[in-house]
Design a protein around this ligand. Structure first.
Ligand code: ZN
Length: 317
């Protein structure tokens, strides 16, 4: 055995060790910050809502997200049964079958779709919260997610909840599902419109990338568009590389393209928070202003109606 064979064997061994690493939300007890390069101990990060000392925001696991936004207990809105997540039986020959990838996403996240939807109280307001899970295929939006989103929207309208919140962290429409996935753009737009028609204030929160068809559909339909922290990036329809190809160069692309400051500068979002810990209070404050305004609008209309009736009665007598 020469030294080349020995090194090859070591290389195979190392690859095998890496393959055996568990895949999931908490792979190790240490997290490396991509901004300041500090290595943080996971239990410390959890205590600080997954925020590094330099204020970089790591992904917040969806379950923890729901626990932090709801006042106490919440009820999960399950996805509808028997929705085929892979209606085209998509397959890349000799490489992979798409359904196998979906099975892997389900195993890693414990979810049936990339969404986790729940209802409960947020600062004493009755709310439905929809949260994308980036661990589920980068939060892509396919046929199963479409139906899950619609079910949560119907629930919100039927129960006449006070507020509707969507936490976006999505790479866009699921390209493996063709037009069945693309129909989600129209469906989610209709859903948000119906929620707004029912008088329910709606909040979109960009917690991570919001791209492609998700960016180009329901995201901008909300009453309030909020960015969770200054370090959120990739709020765009297509990335810098694709955009540069279309524009035949990067000269026309601003440095802050798709970043939280860039999006704010373009007037596409209403507010960027300093810290995700401010999220719940900010939503509650904004919602209470809108709901009070709505209440006073209704009582003003009732008062005018009563006054008109009194005038009619007095003029008749
Ligand atoms: Zn950091």
């Amino acid at each position: 055995m020469n030294w080349i064979t020995r090194w090859k064997k070591i290389g195979i061994k190392v690859r095998q060790i890496f393959k055996k690493q568990p895949v999931g939300e908490q792979e190790t007890d240490w997290k490396n910050c991509p901004l300041c390069k500090k290595i943080s101990y996971l239990p410390d990060l959890i205590k600080n809502s997954y925020i590094c000392d330099c204020s970089f925001h790591f992904d917040l696991p969806p379950k923890m997200r729901l626990e932090s936004i709801f006042d106490s207990s919440f009820e999960i809105i399950e996805p509808p049964e028997n929705i085929d997540p892979d209606p085209l039986n998509f397959e890349v020959e000799n490489r992979y079958k798409y359904i196998e990838k979906i099975k892997k996403y389900r195993k890693v996240t414990g979810q049936k779709t990339a969404l986790i939807c729940a209802s409960g109280n947020v600062s004493n307001l009755n709310a439905v919260v929809v949260c994308f899970n980036p661990k589920f295929g980068a939060g892509r939006f396919g046929p199963a997610e479409n139906e899950h989103f619609l079910k949560a929207a119907n629930f919100a309208i039927e129960k006449k909840v006070d507020i509707w919140i969507v936490i976006y962290q999505s790479s866009g429409i699921d390209v493996h599902t063709g037009v069945t996935g693309l129909s989600g753009m129209a469906k989610s737009i209709v859903a948000i419109n119906e929620i707004k028609k029912a008088g329910i204030p709606t909040f979109a929160i960009a917690a991570r990338a919001v791209a492609g068809g998700t960016y180009a559909s329901s995201f901008f339909m909300h009453d309030f568009i909020m960015i969770e922290s200054k370090c959120v990036e990739n709020l765009l329809f297509s990335g810098k590389r694709v955009t540069a190809n279309i524009l035949k160069g990067t000269d026309q692309i601003p440095e802050d393209f798709g970043t939280a400051p860039g999006v704010m500068k373009s007037g596409l979002a209403d507010i960027t928070l300093e810290n995700r810990k401010e999220l719940k209070d900010t939503i509650a404050k904004l919602a209470s202003i809108i709901l009070k305004k709505e209440e006073s609008k209704i009582s003003n209309e009732e008062e005018i109606e009563n006054r008109e009736t009194n005038i009619k009665i007095s003029s008749a007598s």
